[in-house]
Write a protein that binds this ligand. Structure first.
Ligand SMILES: Nc1ncnc2c1ncn2[C@@H]1O[C@H](COP(=O)(O)OP(=O)(O)OP(=O)(O)O)[C@@H](O)[C@H]1O
Ligand SMILES: [Mg+2]
Length: 289
């Protein structure tokens, strides 16, 4: 196995125009998106990926937030991406979960990655087409906020078959999340559902409920736009703590029962979505026979 330092790997990512389409395509791919930053996409992506892997699936997580990657920290991972037979080798979280992130290409988390459009597109192409993912049941793609270079490149290269939209309940986030829904519809990626994160807070000492960013807006948007609503996740310090310490809630449910229940609901919704899709596919195949 050939190991290169991050500078060589980045250079290689930036200059290679040829795309070796040797990677095995995942059976299912999910993009996790939002219109606004900081609403919990990466937290939800990381927990979903871990949870699917704990359910016995072979899972990959692609951190497509190329300039501000956070998946390595959320999963408590460090490491380098290696290059083997001209393909990138993702870092293993477990034997069921592989992770690819630009966070593994830099010497420290404080190192700025300064890439413009073309470089990002080349990197995404390579992350998808020239990576030894192996046979994946699910590839979860954690996107940066908005509808810019990364989401568009991912859609072009991967043709994902489901989008999970994350929002917080206040109007400024909802407006942006409606744009994400519009984006998914325009590029014909079916929407799995909306998750309303940071929805209310229960004071641990007096039990009073406070709707810091309001509450219920994601659910209302889902109804208005005829999109499935999955779950409201409250503001919960254990979620923040688990992210900072790199110990995903999906793995340590007992420490955060409420957050863990929300995480399970998301996983179950994703599995139901793909089950339904498979059923339709099988029925169509039978009709064609
Ligand atoms: N329900 C929650 N309660 C408390 N903290 C949360 C909750 N959801 C996410 N967080 C915390 O909020 C911060 C932002 O979350 P995260 O990085 O997942 O958001 P993001 O949408 O991926 O952000 P970006 O747009 O920058 O990629 C993290 O510190 C995370 O631990
Ligand atoms: Mg993120």
């Amino acid at each position: 196995m050939e190991t290169r330092n991050h500078v060589e790997t980045i250079k290689q990512l930036q200059v290679r125009p040829d795309v070796v389409r040797g990677a095995t395509r995942p059976t299912h791919s999910i993009i996790v998106m939002s219109g606004k930053g900081g609403v919990g996409k990466s937290t939800i992506s990381a927990n979903l990926a871990v949870s699917l892997s704990l359910n016995g699936y072979n899972v990959g997580i692609l951190d497509a937030d190329l300039t501000s990657p956070s998946v390595p920290r959320l999963l408590g991972l460090t490491g380098n991406i290696e290059v083997e037979e001209n393909q990138l080798v993702p870092v293993s979280y477990s034997d069921k979960l592989k992770v690819l992130s630009t966070g593994f290409l830099v010497p420290s988390p404080d190192h700025a990655i300064i890439w413009r459009g073309g470089m990002k597109m080349g990197a995404i192409r390579q992350f998808i087409n020239e990576t030894k993912w192996g046979a994946l049941d699910f590839l979860v793609v954690d996107l940066p906020p908005g509808t810019g270079d990364e989401p568009l490149s991912i859609v072009q290269e991967l043709q994902p078959d489901g989008a999970l939209i994350v929002t917080t309940p206040q109007e400024v986030a909802l407006v942006s999340s409606r744009k994400s829904i519009d984006f998914a519809r325009k590029v014909e990626v079916p929407i799995i559902g909306i998750v309303e994160n940071m929805s209310g807070y229960t004071c641990p000492t007096c039990g009073t409920q406070v709707a810091i960013f309001k509450s219920g807006g994601g659910e209302r948007s889902a109804k208005e736009l005829d999109v499935p609503f999955i779950v409201r996740i409250p503001l919960d310090s254990t979620i923040c703590e688990s992210g900072d310490s790199g110990k995903p809630i999906s793995e340590n449910g007992a420490t955060a029962p409420c957050a863990s229940e929300s995480s399970n609901l998301i996983t179950q919704s994703v599995l139901r979505f793909y089950d339904a899709k498979e059923k339709v596919k099988t029925e169509n195949e039978e009709v064609m026979r």
